[in-house]
Write a protein that binds this ligand. Structure first.
Ligand SMILES: [Zn+2]
Length: 271
């Protein structure tokens, strides 16, 4: 049994409103020197050149545990609303993948272009964007899709669970019971997830940027260490990371959502 409470599910609306597919709003990359670099349309070398990003189904996707079944109900009894009644996991993950994957690839391309402009003496042959790098970036995007989707789902489930344990009617679960401090599904979208789309888009682009930077720095053959750069107004634990040096492979990623950590590539001394 599937019940639809909304003519358009809010999570889809959230994604479509603030993360336009193929839009230019995510097309600028900020690098540690503070300049912004506007990205062009990605054109990948080799076999992946003309291919649109592969759909999530084409990738290894972690299998998630199935939702526990609701206990059998007596004939005619009203079944409690379940997360699946409100939320279609396949569709949500597909939407997220279509938004994130092209942007992850575009970030890989951007970092490549940036490094080619910094190291013009590297030949295209020595330093090309190969299929392996593309696959790694897509796999990372797929992991992130699953992670974001799981967090959405867990929060929806928690709101339903509390409402049902308290014996609220469906309209109370939907709209909240202010006298009890229960925000319901409405509160989830209007309060808990306020600014969530922006946080996700920022955090995902930064995650893609750091992963692409590590990959491309290594590909130059000239960079084996990076230095962490943090903003001056950053709190702990990020603040004390500022200026620390790590081998490229061990460079720590983002510490938290909206983290502004960046890497400066340290060019190896000539042997
Ligand atoms: Zn941070």
């Amino acid at each position: 049994m599937r019940r639809r409470w909304h003519s358009r599910r809010p999570s889809s609306r959230l994604g479509r409103r603030t993360l336009p597919a193929g839009g230019a709003s995510c097309g600028a990359v900020r690098i540690p020197d503070g300049r912004s670099h506007v990205l062009g349309t990605p054109v990948l070398d080799g076999g992946a050149a003309a291919d649109a990003p592969r759909p999530l189904d084409a990738l290894e996707r972690p299998r998630l545990p199935a939702e526990p079944e609701a206990p059998p109900s007596r004939l005619g009894a009203v079944l409690p609303v379940k997360v699946d009644d409100l939320y279609d996991r396949e569709e949500e993950q597909g939407l997220l993948a279509r938004i994130l994957m092209p942007r992850y690839l575009r970030m890989l391309e951007a970092v490549q272009e940036l490094l080619q402009s910094v190291f013009p003496f590297l030949s295209q042959e020595d330093f090309r964007l190969d299929d392996e790098a593309t696959r790694k970036q897509l796999a990372l995007a797929a992991e992130q899709v699953v992670r974001i989707d799981q967090s959405t789902r867990d929060q929806l489930r928690d709101v339903l669970k509390v409402g049902q344990e308290r014996g609220y009617a469906d309209h109370e679960i939907a709209n909240g019971v202010p006298a009890d401090g229960y925000g319901g599904l409405r509160g989830l979208y209007l309060e808990t997830w306020r600014g969530r789309a922006e946080t996700i888009s920022r955090t995902e682009l930064a995650t893609a940027q750091l992963a692409a930077a590590k990959d491309r720095y290594r590909a130059t053959g000239l960079v084996s260490r990076i230095q962490i750069v943090e903003n001056e107004d950053t709190d702990e634990p990020c603040a004390s990371m500022n200026g620390k040096v790590f081998p490229v492979e061990q460079a720590p990623g983002l510490e938290h959502p909206n983290c502004r950590r960046g890497y400066i590539p340290l060019v190896d001394e000539a042997a």
